[in-house]
Design a binder for this molecule. Structure first.
Ligand SMILES: Nc1ncnc2c1ncn2[C@@H]1O[C@H](COP(=O)(O)OP(=O)(O)OP(=O)(O)O)[C@@H](O)[C@H]1O
Length: 278
């Protein structure tokens, strides 16, 4: 996607050059600080994510990117700052409660059930939508069955969309790496998230797998209107996919803007070239 415009946009949204609709604020991180004992992983960082946007968080190793993703997904709780989701301050929540709000994620190191089939793995992504617990399922078999059928339909649609019909019965452990990553994406999508967090979706992939994954990320965003925030080290991918990019270095935010703005940001260039700073 070519990006020439600036990151200054009207509050209620805009249309991208390739015709996608970007809306108002979906999430705002306000003055987030996160410490681990004496280590300050995130220092007073603010940024926002708009509805429908593909937003990247980049930075050198140890910059604090994973920590930030973990704050967004509720794994870490910042000592300072607020997380605003859909206009409301999010109270301290457990990750499963954050998932119920509509935030799903994939992991850098694939976190699937190796012995289970692709289909069953993706079904686990529907758990946040399942109302019937085990006891309910036993007592109200009819409604639990209807729910199962509905969940299956959603999952089948995702399987078609991500072109993994041919491996639906295959145990995940037997799949090549690129396909495992695609199954992880499918499982996260099964939760029908408003915000999808991707932790290094291209890590360990060959060129062809990266091209496939890039296409699927764009298609998911376009077809389902899913807002996506991703951490990624592959600069080519980041600059191609993202509407806007946040750059972190040593826990601080050193850049925030469109790919073009980031490419021309001297602090960002210095950080990647390893220029010393105070
Ligand atoms: N659970 C933790 N306990 C203690 N320190 C941590 C923890 N998680 C992260 N850190 C520290 O916080 C800082 C930021 O780490 P983080 O993993 O967020 O960076 P990153 O940008 O994701 O790095 P990478 O690209 O190498 O994955 C580092 O100094 C790291 O050692």
């Amino acid at each position: 996607m070519t990006q020439t415009a600036t990151s200054e946009r009207p509050d209620d949204g805009y249309i991208t050059q390739d015709g996608r609709k970007i809306g108002g604020m979906l999430m705002e991180m306000r003055n987030i600080t996160l410490r681990f004992g004496g280590v300050v992983a995130i220092k007073d960082i603010s940024f926002n994510i708009r509805e429908g946007e593909i937003r990247a968080i980049i930075g050198p190793n140890g910059a604090g990117k994973s920590s930030m993703l973990n704050v967004i997904s509720g794994f870490y709780h910042p000592q300072e700052g607020d997380v605003i989701f859909r206009g409301e301050k999010r109270p301290r929540m457990k990750p499963y409660q954050v998932a119920r709000l509509g935030i799903a994620r994939t992991f850098q190191n694939i976190a699937l059930f190796g012995g289970m089939s692709v289909l069953d793995n993706i079904m686990t992504g529907r758990l946040t939508h399942m109302r019937a617990g085990l006891v309910q399922q036993a007592l109200w078999w009819g409604s639990a069955q209807r729910e199962e059928v509905k969940n299956r339909e959603k999952v089948e649609k995702i399987i078609d969309f991500l072109e993994i019909q041919h491996i639906r019965k295959t145990p995940v452990a037997r799949l090549p790496y690129g396909l495992k990553k695609r199954v992880e994406l499918a499982r996260a999508l099964a939760a029908e998230p408003k915000l999808l967090l991707l932790d290094e979706p291209m890590a360990g992939m060959n060129v062809e797998e990266k091209e496939d994954m890039s296409r699927f990320i764009l298609d998911v965003n376009d077809e389902f209107g899913t807002t996506i925030a991703l951490i990624e080290h592959d600069m080519g991918v980041v600059m191609d996919l993202s509407d806007r990019v946040v750059v972190m270095d040593y826990g601080k935010k050193i850049g925030d803007g469109t790919p073009d703005e980031i490419r021309n940001n001297q602090a960002v260039i210095d950080a990647y070239l390893g220029v010393a700073h105070d």
